[in-house]
Design a protein around this ligand. Structure first.
Ligand SMILES: [Zn+2]
Length: 425
């Protein structure tokens, strides 16, 4: 563990670099709240709403900084206190064989990470979100969610860890095998999770017969989008924030609307939000995203295969030899900095897709007005940052800022009206 080990220096710089970058982004973002709002959204933010927004974002930033600082401090303490070496020694003594030892190490570190994050999650849910009127999660739901997550991690995570450690322990082309395995696993989960996993956390009930249900089915039919069921999801049990999504594929596809979305939006706005979601599906965004994700995964696994063969990488964390399980644990520390870089392409693609889905919704609805209204309401109701700093958008945002989405809608309408006026002339 010396500064002469390039792995030690690289890992340290990466971890410290990400911490400071996040800090800078937070400060830049909060500073942006002092700016005057552009005319397209200024009327949405009277002074008291603006004040609420500033307090909410500042409170959230406090949690983030405290959590990041605690994680960094814990990592450095374990790292420089020889904790990784001790963990490996203890795991090896359990007599589980090389693969079992690796799985045990991965499980122990995941549990420790969960335990470390727990107080910050509580602070965020029952402190910040509650103070600003968003939280509706009870302590019972909170702990039940945690327990279910833990069980799922045991049921899915342990076998997955076992397979990965086995591959990297025994196979020559481990990265390729792992890639094929994880790709197949994710595809399977995409199909299974709406039926098996989501119902564990959310309750789906059919949207009652009536005007709204008919309007939604009519829209789906008009856009040639087969739907099996329209459901309402009890999002209100956890948060007052609203959402909508699709689950499943083909005829078994289910439209799910959060009850919180139904509360606040008109029928036209709901249709526009759904048309946007249908746009994502029609324009094959899910598949494009999946393809890019698999590319990133391949890159990560090649990087992993390389680091697992480098004794210097293990030495930088005080581990003798190159035990695969510990290698996976240590790699997960470098995963965030590297993932931040590789994730940029995915975020940029996602933001591009949002514009495309917006445009699809405008065409489907024949007007930009309902989507514009829905986007405004969602942004104000969620107290989202109306004009985040470009660096924050670039690093973290899967959706473009409201101001830019509204401007894109205006441009679409401008195009439309010039086309119409030409046509009538
Ligand atoms: Zn979208």
């Amino acid at each position: 563990m010396t500064l002469s080990n390039p792995w030690f220096l690289t890992a340290l710089l990466a971890v410290l670099g990400v911490f400071h970058l996040e800090l800078i982004v937070l400060v830049l973002n909060l500073a942006r709240l002092g700016r005057a709002l552009p005319s397209s959204i200024a009327p949405l933010y009277p002074e008291d709403t603006l004040q609420k927004l500033r307090e909410y974002l500042a409170d959230g930033a406090r949690v983030t900084v405290a959590q990041d600082a605690a994680s960094l401090a814990a990592l450095l303490a374990v790292w420089w206190g020889g904790g990784f070496g001790l963990l490996h020694e203890w795991a090896t003594q359990q007599g589980l064989g090389t693969v079992g030892t690796g799985v045990l190490e991965l499980a122990a570190v995941s549990l420790a990470g969960m335990a470390l994050n727990l107080p910050f999650e509580m602070w965020d849910t029952f402190g910040v979100e509650a103070r600003h009127g968003f939280n509706r999660t009870s302590w019972g739901t909170f702990w039940a969610d945690k327990l279910k997550t833990l069980l799922l991690m045991a049921l899915l995570g342990l076998p997955l860890a076992w397979v990965l450690v086995t591959f990297f322990e025994h196979q020559r082309l481990a990265a390729l095998w792992a890639w094929l395995f994880i790709a197949a696993f994710s595809l399977l989960m995409t199909f299974l999770s709406p039926r098996l996993l989501m119902p564990l956390f959310l309750k789906f009930t059919p949207l009652p017969e009536g005007e709204l249900r008919q309007a939604i089915l009519d829209l789906a039919h008009r856009l040639d989008f087969p739907v099996g069921e329209v459901s309402v999801v009890d999002g209100s049990r956890r948060s007052s924030k609203a959402n909508a999504f699709f689950a499943g594929f083909g005829r078994a596809r289910r439209i799910a609307l959060f009850d919180t979305l139904l509360e606040k939006h008109s029928q036209q706005e709901l249709q526009a939000v759904l048309a946007h979601e249908i746009g994502h599906s029609k324009l094959r965004h899910v598949w494009k995203h999946l393809a890019l994700g698999l590319l990133e995964l391949g890159f990560m696994l090649c990087l992993l295969a390389w680091t697992l063969q480098e004794p210097g990488f293990f030495a930088a964390f005080g581990i003798p030899g190159t035990p695969v399980g510990m290698g996976l644990v240590l790699f997960s520390i470098l995963y965030r900095p590297v993932g931040m870089l590789t994730g940029l392409a995915g975020l940029a693609l996602s933001r591009k897709h949002e514009y495309e889905a917006d445009a699809y919704a405008v065409r489907a609805m024949g007007s930009a007005a309902p989507l514009r209204e829905a986007l405004r309401k969602l942004c104000v109701d969620h107290l989202s940052h109306p004009q985040p700093h470009p660096l924050a958008v670039w690093l973290h945002h899967s959706h473009p800022p409201l101001v830019q989405r509204l401007a894109a809608l205006d441009r679409l309408e401008g195009l439309d009206s010039t086309r119409h006026s030409k046509g009538t002339r």
